[in-house]
Design a protein around this ligand. Structure first.
Ligand code: 5RP
Length: 275
């Protein structure tokens, strides 16, 4: 990796421990005003001190983060479909590399839909984006999007992650599944996990995070399970404690209880410069 690529990559995956806490707030690009993300700035601002990076579209970046913010940006650059359209897999690249550079992003993110009608198109999108990223030293995060008809098992996710790595993605986001270590084993680059739909119990989020890390994930790119929580700050702190401090589920659950009691108002700031 050249200097720029290495520098940007180190802002996404910590060179100290190889881990990452990325906050996903890109849902509106096909879901519209998702619950608790109706006004992105309101959702994002209180969480910024506790994240390593933030994943969002250029529209939300421009309108919801001040340009003096230091938080590393993972810019979603694939889209062009909506939840009410006929095929979510029919994505294109939605942002030019020049605009991404102007926005000073640390990473570019794009979805691939392996096994879908538009598999080829989305994999070609990834290859094109990797070439653009290589030209300017910007790492690429490939998101293995899973259509309703796909089974989220190690065989499918392992296939999608491996293909993403083979096409040159520098980091891959996928879902946690049974036999997750098989997914990790077959993927040549770091893998981070999405949280998926809001889980019923807080402990389930901690278990998901803990198991993923234990089985080899490099971190999380989590959205709904953080900001749809009743206590988003307490939740991100608890998730962070597992990712960066190797807390057990019990230790993280205790931290969550304590942080809930303290209340989301009191902040022990981790990354003040992100704000
Ligand atoms: C959508 C995405 C989201 O960023 C991803 O799903 C993470 O968010 P959540 O934890 O809410 O699932 O990439 O394609």
């Amino acid at each position: 990796m050249d200097w720029g690529m290495t520098n940007r990559f180190s802002r996404i995956i910590s060179p100290e421990n190889g881990r990452c806490v990325m906050l996903a707030v890109d849902h509106g690009y096909f879901l519209g005003p998702t619950e608790k993300l109706e006004v992105p700035q309101r959702t994002i601002e209180p969480l910024l001190p506790y994240v390593d990076s933030i994943m969002l579209t250029r529209g939300v970046l421009r309108t919801s983060l001040p340009p003096i913010s230091h938080v590393p940006i993972v810019l979603r650059v694939s889209g062009g479909t909506s939840i009410i359209g006929d095929d979510l897999s029919n994505e294109t690249i939605t942002t030019s590399i020049e605009d991404a550079l102007r926005l000073n992003v640390s990473c570019l993110a794009l979805s691939i839909f392996v096994g879908s009608k538009h598999e080829h198109q989305t994999l070609a999108n990834l290859a094109t984006l990797v070439d653009s990223g290589e030209r300017y030293g910007i790492p690429i995060l490939a998101v293995t999007a899973v259509g309703k008809e796909m089974v989220r098992d190690a065989r499918y996710l392992g296939l999608a992650c491996r293909i993403a790595g083979e096409l040159g993605a520098h980091v891959v986001k996928t879902y946690y599944c049974e036999n997750f270590e098989k997914v990790i084993e077959g993927c040549p680059v770091p893998v981070i996990i999405a949280g998926g739909k809001k889980l019923e119990k807080d402990i389930d989020v901690l278990e998901l995070t803990f198991n993923a890390i234990k089985e080899g994930a490099s971190g999380v790119d989590m959205g709904r399970n953080i900001w749809q929580s009743e206590h988003p700050i307490a939740m991100i702190k608890a998730v962070r404690s597992i990712v960066h401090e190797n807390f057990s589920i019990k230790e993280a659950a205790d931290l969550l209880v304590t942080e809930k009691k303290i209340g989301d108002r009191k902040t022990v700031v981790v990354n003040q410069k992100n704000i």
